[in-house]
Design a protein around this ligand. Structure first.
Ligand code: 5GP
Ligand code: ZN
Length: 114
């Protein structure tokens, strides 16, 4: 738990969230300002900000997350595909500095820049 991290507070239950999945390594909850019909945030329970801070242990957690995400996306209304986004740092517009994977779907999404 890192002080003043909003996602650590959500993980600790200090700030409410609409949880859709939880296990010992990760939490998935609805984004408070959804940018698509389905907009979920998947977060590791350990705090780190950037992929560049990853070590082998954190890599295992991310591997676990990416194993779980397809099923979670499908169960939450992403029947015809979904988009995953990980904003890294200021140029990408990251606003919450606890690594998170956006899961976007539930509708045909606007074309992204990639
Ligand atoms: P970023 O811009 O860092 O990639 O994404 C942060 C995301 O967290 C944004 O989409 C924003 O709407 C979401 N968010 C920020 N504060 C909260 C909160 O307190 N609860 C939830 N559920 N989502 C939040
Ligand atoms: Zn955190």
């Amino acid at each position: 738990m890192t002080d003043n991290c909003i996602f650590c507070k959500i993980i600790a239950g200090e700030i409410p969230s609409a949880k859709v999945y939880e296990d010992e390594k990760m939490l998935v909850f609805k984004d408070i300002e959804p940018k698509a019909k389905v907009h979920l945030l998947a977060v590791p329970k350990v705090h780190f900000k950037l992929l560049s801070e990853m070590d082998e242990k954190k890599a295992e957690i991310l591997s676990h997350m990416f194993t779980k995400i397809p099923g979670i996306a499908k169960e939450n209304g992403c029947k015809n595909g979904y988009r995953l986004v990980i904003n890294q740092g200021d140029d990408a517009g990251q606003t919450v500095f606890h690594l998170h994977v956006h899961i976007l779907g539930g509708e045909s999404l606007p074309i992204s820049i990639v």
